[in-house]
Design a protein. Structure first.
Length: 121
């Protein structure tokens, strides 16, 4: 009978060293499946001084818990926004920015959908 511990590891001299490409590594923190998309949307948000802002978004993926998108502007984590989509139905329209990373294409945003409070009985 064989077990996982009965196999001998390869000697280090036989392991090929390759450079690590960090862009290929992806950490997916989502608890629900996501669906890839390439749709446009408009985000409406408020700045810290309560001025209204608008930004164009390119949606990358959507799930029941959040959204990944490219934005033309950097939005601070914690920014609350409302989305207007141009072609796909979405389960929610309001979200909060969790992260904003600069890329060559623009700013990559991770949004979490805001939950609607349930009425108490």
């Amino acid at each position: 009978m064989s077990s996982l511990h009965s196999h001998r590891p390869l000697p280090t001299s036989q392991i090929e060293a390759r450079p690590l490409n960090f862009e290929q590594l992806q950490l997916d923190r989502r608890r629900s499946p996501r669906k890839a998309c390439q749709e446009q949307a408009t985000a409406m948000f408020t700045h810290g001084d309560d001025r209204l802002g608008l930004a164009r978004l390119l949606l990358r993926d959507v799930s029941h818990t959040g959204l990944g998108c490219l934005c033309e502007k950097a939005l601070e984590p914690g920014t609350k926004l409302t989305l207007t989509t141009h072609g796909i139905p979405m389960p929610h329209k309001a979200g909060t920015v969790l992260r904003c990373t600069i890329t060559q294409e623009g700013f990559l945003l991770g949004l979490r959908w805001n939950r609607t409070p349930q009425p108490t009985r």
